[in-house]
Design a protein around this ligand. Structure first.
Ligand code: FES
Length: 197
């Protein structure tokens, strides 16, 4: 996922992404017996291009698939990985479901807020971080409290670990490498406070 990027979404000459990527759109739709089945893929494509799904994207998708705008919107709003307003380059989503809730998710959210200088749902002024919480389990209960940053996972995120992750990303670390290096742990493993990121 990339940061919001209207220029990229509209192309260098104001061309909409669905015109520029017309072949990709057709290829995606042709995979399914019913074109409406391409809905989630097209929403994801819109988000790849813009960083979020804009009203004009939903309008196009509804028209292209022959479904109602309300149906597109309801699908888009159901899944927490789709964003319906501009977000930062890194979307930090803290899992707020039961296991993570019992493992300190609330305190972790407050810590991220303090560290980033924003409230839940906001984006830092430099456009780097957006902080969200999801009530849906993100399927990493053995790593509670779990955090997703864009599509990457970080397990057992203590406040110290949160600071290390934020600093590493501010310093230009590659998100995928960072997740592989310090984000994922084997069941039963425990990080020591102060362990280097
Ligand atoms: S409750 Fe958070 S990952 Fe399952």
């Amino acid at each position: 996922m990339t940061a919001q990027n209207p220029a990229r979404a509209n192309g260098a000459h104001g061309q909409a992404w669905w015109e520029r990527r017309a072949e990709d759109v057709e290829r995606l739709i042709s995979r399914y017996p019913k074109s409406r089945s391409a809905l989630m893929g097209l929403l994801w494509m819109a988000q790849e291009e813009r960083g979020w799904v804009a009203p004009e994207d939903m309008e196009y998708i509804a028209q292209r698939l022959g479904i109602s705008r309300a149906y597109v919107e309801s699908t888009c709003s159901f899944y927490s990985l789709y964003h319906r307003k501009p977000v930062g380059r890194y979307v930090i989503t803290v899992c707020g479901n039961i296991m993570c809730g019992l493992s300190g998710a609330e305190a972790l959210i407050r810590h991220f807020e303090q560290r980033l200088g924003i409230k839940l749902g906001e984006t830092t002024a430099d456009g780097l971080f957006t902080l969200l919480v999801t009530g849906e389990c993100v399927a990493a209960c053995d790593g509670a409290p779990a955090v997703q940053i864009n599509e990457e996972y970080f397990h057992k995120v203590t406040p110290e670990r949160a600071d290390q992750i934020v600093q590493a990303l501010r310093d230009g670390a590659d998100l995928v490498e960072l997740s592989e290096r310090i984000g994922l742990i084997q069941p039963g493993a425990v990080w020591e406070a102060g362990e280097s990121a």
